[in-house]
Design a protein around this ligand. Structure first.
Ligand SMILES: *[C@@H]1O[C@H](CO)[C@@H](O)[C@H](O)[C@H]1NC(C)=O
Ligand SMILES: *[C@@H]1O[C@H](CO)[C@@H](O)[C@H](O)[C@H]1NC(C)=O
Length: 260
């Protein structure tokens, strides 16, 4: 009898140990969630796609086009829930911050928004070109801009609306060109971004410079004109780095392209 009970205990312990190992064995490469999610595909034959993503989202890793091995991963990320939820997490923090501000009521408080993949989504465009695996094509991207059919990023729109209620003015600062103004503004309006203090485009004088330099220079002009940049949101580090940035910067996820 005693022997049976002991064997039973050992049996139970074995099951528990196996289950625990199944959950906690950190040495095992994590392909859980199915091979279909691309999470265990490796870029450069070395690191898994989520590590590549984490690498550039933290701006440690610079890249031109997404690794071929990660096309499926990026597609799943963008169309699955994770992209939406990661964006929600950013906007949640931005809202907490914006709601906590106690600002002078002098009409000088502004929040800077980027356009592509911050206000408007280019996902329908990039989905046609392997989610960014193909090199940037200015011709087809210009056609996309002219179609003014980009949907709003719903989470960013929520922040935008709240800021208007807080009487924080919206400055839209984009690397789109001045000759794309009318299509861009039509698109912004029909996507729900119907009012702003200014929309600033990258004009010819800046054509040779990086986006970081261009956006820094534009922010400096805003500050020189007396605006207080209380917030800044973009999907690229080049929206946020440089000078005359904000008290707080918010980085949205974007695994489709990387702009310096
Ligand atoms: C870029 O896009 C245009 C318009 O869609 C197309 O005609 C052209 O072949 C593309 N160029 C490359 C290098 O893929
Ligand atoms: C803009 O940034 C530059 C360089 O960091 C700084 O010297 C300048 O004071 C800033 N301008 C304003 C108006 O804050």
């Amino acid at each position: 009898m005693m022997c049976m009970a002991r064997m039973f205990m050992i049996f139970v312990l074995l099951i528990v140990a196996t289950a625990a190992q199944d959950t906690f064995d950190l040495r095992r490469p994590s392909c859980r969630g199915g091979k279909g999610n691309g999470g265990c595909r490796r870029f450069d034959n070395e690191l898994p796609c989520p590590s590549w993503q984490s690498g550039f989202e933290t701006n440690n890793l610079h890249w031109k086009t997404i690794p071929e091995a990660c096309v499926g991963y990026v597609g799943q990320y963008m169309y699955g829930n994770q992209y939406k939820e990661d964006s929600q997490a950013v906007i949640k923090e931005a809202l907490i911050y914006a709601n906590s501000l106690r600002l002078p009521r002098d009409g000088k408080n502004v929040w800077v928004f980027d356009v592509d993949d911050t206000s408007l989504s280019t996902l329908p465009y990039y989905a046609r070109y392997g989610f960014g695996v193909e090199p940037y094509n200015a011709t087809s991207f210009d056609d996309w801009v002219i179609s003014w059919s980009a949907p709003a990023l719903q989470e960013s729109l929520k922040l935008y609306k709240r800021l208007l209620c807080l009487r924080i003015k919206i400055i839209i600062l984009t690397e789109r060109r001045d000759d794309q103004r009318s299509f861009t503004e039509k698109n912004l309006k029909c996507a729900g971004f119907h009012t702003w203090e200014k929309v600033l485009y990258k004009g010819p004088p800046f054509s040779g410079e990086t986006v970081t330099e261009y956006k820094s220079a534009e922010r400096k002009k805003l500050e020189d004109a007396g605006y207080r940049i209380v917030g800044n949101i973009g999907d690229q580090w080049s929206d946020l780095l440089g000078t005359n940035s904000s008290y707080r910067n918010f980085k949205l996820p974007n695994p489709m392209y990387y702009v310096i």
